[in-house]
Design a protein around this ligand. Structure first.
Ligand SMILES: [Zn+2]
Length: 291
C-alpha cells in the first residue's frame, strides 16, 4: 500500500509517495500561497496532489497549526489569517477521493522519531526549535494529541514571567525567548536586522552578543527539557528544527542540562528524519491508525 504524504508548512507545501517499505518516492514541493486565503490553498493542494492520482491508497497530512478533527486552526488566529478554521481533511478527501488523516507537523515528526527509536524507548519528546518552538510527545508508545489536539505545544510553556510577549498572546513563552525569530528579535547594534542563521554564523566566529543570544536560547530549551523530564519522565529528547540542528546547539543544551541535578538528566539526540520528518511521521501514523 502506498501513502500520499503531504507536509503543509508556512512557506511551502511538500508531497511524496511513501511505499510499504517506508521509502520516500516521487517527492515534490511548491510554495505555500502567501495570501492565506482558503481558495488559494485549495488550488495549491489540487496542484500538489494531481501527479499522484491513482498511485496511493490513502493520504496522510502533517500541517503547521492546531489540527483538531481535521480542521486547521491556530493558537494565534492572526498567524493564519483567512485560513483559520480551514477544513483541511475534507478538502483533501474531496480532491483525492481517498481516506485521509491529518495531524500537527511537530506531532507527526515526534511519531516518526519515535518509530525510529522504538526498540530503545517507549517515552520520547520531540522538540523543534526553528522559526517557532514546537513539540510532540509519545508516552508509553502512544502519540499524545489531546482532546483539542493541543498536546505538545511546548513552545508556549512559560519560561520567564517578565519576558517578551509571545505571538500566542502569553508573556514569556519559551518560543518568545528560544526560537529563531526570538534570537533575531533580540539582536542589537551591529547584529540588528540579521536573521537567526546569520547570528549563528557570527556566534561561531566569536561575536559575543551573538553568542549570548544563542546561549539564552539554549538555556531556555535546557529548562524546558528539565520541566518535561519532571512532568513526563521522558526517556529521551529528540531535537530538530533549523536552530535545534545548527552546529553546536545541541551540545550547548547538553552542557546546561549537565549542571542541573541528576534527576533532570535525559539523553538528547538530533532528529533522524530532518526535512522528511513531517511526511514520514504522517505516513507512519496513518499506518498505525490504519485508515
Ligand atoms: Zn506563546
Amino acid at each position: 500500500m502506498n501513502t500520499l504524504a503531504i507536509d503543509i508548512g508556512g512557506t511551502k507545501l511538500a508531497a511524496a509517495l511513501i511505499n510499504a517499505q517506508h521509502e520516500v518516492l516521487q517527492r515534490m514541493e511548491i510554495p505555500n500561497p502567501s495570501n492565506a486565503m482558503p481558495e488559494a490553498l485549495k488550488q495549491a493542494l489540487a496542484e500538489l496532489v494531481e501527479p499522484y492520482q491513482g498511485k496511493a491508497q490513502r493520504v496522510a497530512i502533517a500541517s503547521t497549526g492546531i489540527i483538531d478533527k481535521g480542521i486547521l486552526t491556530a493558537l494565534n488566529p492572526d498567524n493564519l489569517g483567512g485560513l483559520n478554521q480551514f477544513p483541511l481533511q475534507a478538502t483533501v478527501e474531496n480532491l483525492t477521493g481517498l481516506p485521509c488523516v491529518v495531524l500537527n507537523d511537530a506531532q507527526a515528526a515526534a511519531w516518526a522519531e519515535y518509530c525510529y527509536l522504538s526498540t530503545q524507548f517507549k517515552h520520547i519528546t520531540f522538540i523543534t526549535v526553528s522559526t517557532g518552538v514546537g513539540g510532540g510527545i509519545v508516552v508509553n508508545g502512544e502519540l499524545l494529541t489531546g482532546p483539542r489536539a493541543f498536546a505538545g505545544h511546548i513552545g508556549h510553556i512559560q519560561a520567564d514571567p517578565n519576558g517578551p510577549r509571545c505571538g500566542c498572546g502569553r508573556v514569556g513563552c519559551i518560543e518568545a525567548i528560544a526560537s529563531g525569530r526570538a534570537i533575531a528579535a533580540g539582536a542589537l547594534q551591529d547584529l540588528e536586522g540579521k536573521n537567526a542563521r546569520e547570528i549563528f554564523a557570527e556566534a561561531q566566529s566569536g561575536h559575543s552578543q551573538a553568542q549570548q543570544l544563542v546561549a539564552r536560547s539554549a538555556q531556555a530549551i535546557c529548562q524546558l527539557i528539565a520541566n518535561l523530564k519532571a512532568l513526563l519522565d521522558t526517556e529521551c529528547i529528540v531535537l530538530g528544527g533549523s536552530v535545534g540542528l545548527a552546529q553546536g546547539y545541541r551540545q550547548q543544551v547538553e552542557q546546561h542540562l549537565s549542571t542541573l541535578p541528576a534527576a533532570f538528566h535525559v539523553p538528547i539526540y538530533s532528529a533522524h528524519y530532518q526535512h522528511d520528518a513531517g511526511l514520514m511521521g504522517a505516513a507512519l501514523w496513518s499506518e498505525h491508525y490504519a485508515v
